[in-house]
Design a protein around this ligand. Sequence first.
Ligand SMILES: [Fe+2]
Ligand SMILES: [Fe+2]
Length: 483
Amino acid sequence: MPETAHVDYSTKIPNNVGLMDDQRVLKALEQWHPGYLDWWKTMGPDGFQTSDVYLRTAVSIDPKGWAKFDYVKMPEYRWGILLAPRHEGRQVNFGAHKGEPAWQEVPGEYRAMLRRLIVIQGDTEPASVEQQRFLGKTAPSLYDMRNLFQVNVEEGRHLWAMVYLLQKYFGKDGREEADELLNRRSGDDDKPRMLGAFNEETPDWLSFFMFTFFTDRDGKMQLESLAQSGFDPLSRTCRFMLTEEAHHMFVGETGVGRAIEATCAAMKAAGIEDANDIAAVRKLGVIDLPTMQKKANLHFSLSLDLFGSEVSTNAANYYNSGVKGRFQETRIDDDHQLTNAVYPVSKFVSGKIKMVDEPALTAINMRLRDDYVADCNKGVERWNKVIEKAGIGFRLKLPHVAFHRHIGEFQNVNASPDGTVLGDTDWAKQKDQWVPSKADGDFIQSLMAPCWERGKFASWIAPPKVGIDNRGGDFEYVKIHQA
Ligand SMILES: [Fe+2]
Ligand SMILES: [Fe+2]
């Protein structure tokens, strides 16, 4: 069967890439499948593998109506391989090969580069499932539990997406990399996941929402730039992944937004006007706004690290080779080769944070990070609208990009959220005001009691405006059956 918009569910591995006619890849994937299921059962959502979850499954790649909703036991979810449609006549749109026809096979000279990019992207997908595996137990509602599991099964599918590319286009090393993706573990000392933020814990639901807002958004930016790739199968894979990714960021933004809403409502009902009266607010069983700010500071800074060094010859090579572009590359009005262009980069120069013009080619990471920060800011403004509407005098704000960094220009700098450079002692003294302290974590943990009754929500989070698939907030999104 040729490539279609419709997904073929008659095979063990649903797909729209004509897998039945590609016995070599089908066989490789079928051999990988049991190991994947094993991984899902041991590292996926803990304790809910036999529950019926109201999940969406992609049945087509048509942007309208690609999903079907139904109760599914997660291990029976139909993880499939879905690529966005091929655009006839698509070209390499940037770099040294600009104007050549897009590649349907991996160019030999870029094989190692492409493999590395696909492996790094692939590694983040199972990592987040591992990070989130205990959260079901403290879900603040069945609605939220369902959203968590939806995100989890889709991250599983994203792993499939990358594994398909590895197995189809990279021969033996591709198969080895596919196996390794099932062997690394988030937070493991010996075999950690590849990137820092994906080895951190996601200990509570506020972390989960911040993670899906900030870290899945890094995922979006990476996928957007890989969707520009001259290697067409990678571009098409990422294009479809982006349609799923949008839901993950929705979960994060509305999750934090609903927590803010619950806090503001409780403050108003109790007549508390001062958002910084943390003790009084916490007594109401909601998360105070300054603690939300600290959580945002933490997740934002960890996510910034995922963009790599501001100035990077690797990034320049990826771009020049045509394998990884910029955010919305084709909409940018320039030569798409960056021969003489410069780009302002924030750097640490003789003890000061300064903007310095660098060759735009080496500043690709910085540019993508700037686009990311702008995207984050829009969401933060929507959170601020919720606070404003409640009439509370408090605003959330993204910290300075130099704050709390472990990679790039500012990794050895202590900077406050407003970008003031501090000595070690000052930093140590004030750090707890800016990132969550042990006590903050303990308090949030104390609110994480399961709330699994239909239509009920934990005290610290407001119900959603609308349900999933036009169902109400009181729909039985998960029929819990604990193994
Ligand atoms: Fe993903
Ligand atoms: Fe995601």
